[in-house]
Design a protein around this ligand. Structure first.
Ligand SMILES: Cc1cc2nc3c(=O)[nH]c(=O)nc-3n(C[C@H](O)[C@H](O)[C@H](O)COP(=O)(O)OP(=O)(O)OC[C@H]3O[C@@H](n4cnc5c(N)ncnc54)[C@H](O)[C@@H]3O)c2cc1C
Length: 241
């Protein structure tokens, strides 16, 4: 495995996903490719030499020298408001990666997969959904996506489009759209029993989101009988510093 080095990355486009999140398409000459589920470190350096870095998941499978990141602007954050509100096409940051070898999905098999996303934790799971589609994989995928309300869904149009073998269900924590009977609330065992996959099928489970969400969802999967070695987690806690 070659040592990772910092590489220049130029912003090509910045597209809104929700009122607070944007997808950044970066061009990284010489990018060696990556797997769905991996992330990169992004480094910003000020004119006085101060620099800071944060981790961001890759939102899609490798696409030549282009990478997509989706960043939620954290109020008062040091890095995410710059990336989402200030950075303009042509501006550069440095990135290093790809990072991570466990929280990855590789096309190839047809094992069932259960994806459980909380908020921006959808990003690496969407990379898996896209990698599956790109590879023409038959692996049955089920995505359970917990969001505050319908306006907080990333990739909403794409997730609405038919994708045979992919089932998507939403759990709303604060604002429930008309016609949905489940009351607003955090993920429960009953939700995962209903929208997830039976443990007897032994799906590969990938859980990603804020630390508290990931810990709760992983405990619920264990309580439902999923084997610990089938549950992979990625926590989006504060990074860098
Ligand atoms: C492996 C990994 C992958 C990640 N992938 C993504 C991604 O795809 N998209 C994305 O938007 N973020 C992702 N994150 C989170 C990201 O790295 C930053 O932590 C986040 O953007 C906040 O950075 P900031 O500099 O804006 O805020 P900071 O200046 O670091 O923090 C400002 C305030 O916000 C709080 N805070 C920091 N991070 C979070 C958070 N994630 N949620 C809620 N409060 C927070 C801090 O405690 C602090 O009070 C990932 C984190 C990890 C570890």
């Amino acid at each position: 495995m070659p040592r990772l080095t910092w590489q220049a990355a130029e912003l090509v486009t910045s597209t809104p996903e929700t009122g607070t999140a944007r997808t950044l398409r970066l061009r990284v000459p010489g990018w060696r490719g990556h797997l769905a589920g991996q992330h990169v470190d992004v480094r910003l350096t000020a004119e006085d030499g101060y620099s800071t870095r944060r981790s961001y998941s890759l939102a899609g499978p490798a696409d030549g020298e282009f990478l997509d990141l989706t960043v939620e602007s954290v109020p008062d954050g040091e890095v995410s408001p710059y990336l989402t509100e200030i950075m303009r096409p042509g501006d550069q940051v440095e990135i290093r990666g790809p990072v991570g070898g466990w929280f990855v999905w590789r096309p190839g098999g047809d094992r069932p997969v259960l994806l459980v996303a909380g908020g921006s934790g959808i990003v690496p799971l969407m990379a898996m959904v896209r990698a599956r589609r790109q590879a023409g994989s038959d692996a049955p995928f089920r995505l359970v996506y917990s969001v505050r309300g319908p306006g907080n869904v990333y990739y909403a149009d794409e997730l609405r489009r038919p994708d045979p073998g992919l089932d998507v269900s939403y759990l709303y924590t604060r604002s429930v759209p008309e016609g949905v009977s489940r009351p607003a609330g955090r993920i429960t065992q009953a939700d995962l029993a209903e929208a997830g996959r039976p443990a007897a099928l032994a799906p590969d489970c990938y859980v990603c989101g804020p630390t508290g969400f990931v810990e709760t969802a992983a405990d619920l999967l264990l309580a439902l009988g999923h084997a610990p070695e089938r549950i992979r987690t990625e926590r989006f806690g504060p990074s860098g510093g």
